[in-house]
Design a protein around this ligand. Structure first.
Ligand code: NAD
Ligand code: UDP
Length: 314
């Protein structure tokens, strides 16, 4: 049994990672300040004897008693609506938070896993995106607060690796979905599901021809666990290479919910990436990993989750 620290452990992906680490027999300390997280995500984990929660803002120095095997740094607002609402906190958690948690890893002789993102590629000029593509990011646009914080985080993690020999893993997550996404967090999956289930129009930004590739959360968590265990320090894309337009995705949501909602077009978001699809060649080779859950299958528990949340008046 090893002791793991998961920042952002009360968030969507972080809570699933905590559950998986507990199921694998580890001790887990989740650190979260609940800026976008939800205590209900960790209701089950809180009943587990090997789970602890520390309510703390990791942009402030972080001290933890006892040994730590790996620090998983997932804390950060992740939905565009969230990071547009919290631009300074987003910059701080990606920079100061990464620095503080790297310091924790260094003090404990622990490995370090950074939750990075496909947003480091910005509005990409290379398609699909490979890890050796440096990206096309607007530093002064509204998304810059997230994209640049994550890029800084990667640079900081690599500096700790090169300077202090910290075993660093950089997971570049692409769009991920599943139960425990926050209703109303503004991302396309909760937005379309809520609209479809309430029978109101689905709000397509722009012409809906922009593309995304959606990965089910269990597949992502498997990728995180494998990457954390491997000896690779460079960035590794973790995502589902099945790409579709947002219009196609809207139709999938209507089919999965049996909804007859209309589609309405609104403004395109500023700097919204026009295409996004991971090249997962490195993950396949290094980790023997690829997603297993098709979108139609992953939407079943996701729809059930949102149905239940809406029924309880969330
Ligand atoms: P989320 O908003 O559900 O979870 C983030 C968690 O971090 C929340 O519980 C929040 O309260 C916590 N947090 C934020 N700032 C904090 C701080 N200063 N101190 C302590 N806790 C803090 O988002 P998510 O979708 O679970 O994303 C998790 C991580 O994965 C993020 O780092 C995100 O950038 C990355 N990521 C997610 C996706 C995706 O599709 N979900 C894609 C790429 C990258
Ligand atoms: N989107 C949309 N309607 C919504 C929410 C999002 O058309 O109600 C679009 C958004 O403009 C983007 C895509 O869906 O092109 C994915 O958006 P999301 O917020 O999920 O995350 P992103 O991939 O942009 O980080």
């Amino acid at each position: 049994m090893q002791r793991m620290v998961v920042t952002g452990g009360a968030g969507f992906i972080g809570s699933h990672l905590c559950d998986r680490l507990l199921a694998d027999g580890h001790e887990v300390l989740a650190v979260d300040n609940f800026i976008t997280g939800d205590r209900r995500n960790i209701e089950g984990a809180l009943r587990h004897p090997s789970f602890r929660l520390l309510e703390h803002d990791v942009s402030r120095p972080l001290f933890v008693e006892g040994p730590v095997h790996t620090v998983f740094h997932l804390a950060s607002p992740a939905s565009p609506a969230d990071y547009l609402a919290h631009p300074i906190q987003t910059l701080k958690v990606g920079s100061l938070g990464t620095h503080n948690t790297l310091g924790l890893a260094r003090a404990k002789g622990a490995a370090y896993f950074l939750a990075s993102t496909s947003e480091v590629y910005g509005d990409p000029l290379q398609h699909p995106q490979r890890e050796d593509y440096w990206g096309n990011v607007n530093p002064v646009g509204p998304r810059g607060v997230y994209d640049e914080a994550k890029r800084f985080g990667e640079a900081m993690a690599m500096a700790y690796h090169r300077t202090h020999g910290i075993r660093v893993r950089l997971g570049r997550f692409f769009n991920t979905y599943g139960p425990r996404m926050r209703l109303g967090d503004g991302r396309v999956v909760p937005a379309f599901l809520e609209q479809a289930l309430r029978g109101i129009p689905l709000t397509v930004h722009g012409d809906g021809e922009q593309t995304r590739s959606f990965c089910y959360v269990d597949d992502l968590v498997e990728g995180i666990v494998r990457l954390a265990a491997c000896g690779e320090s460079g960035p590794v894309n973790l995502g589902n290479p099945r790409e579709m337009t947002i219009l196609e995705f809207a139709r999938k949501i209507l089919a999965a919910t049996g909804s007859r909602s209309a589609l309405v077009h609104g403004e395109r978001m500023v700097d919204d990436p026009r295409v996004r699809r991971p090249d997962i060649g490195r993950a396949r080779t290094l980790l023997g990993w690829e997603p297993r859950v098709p979108l139609e299958e992953g939407l079943v528990p996701t729809v059930a989750y949102f149905r239940a949340r809406i029924a309880e008046g969330a």
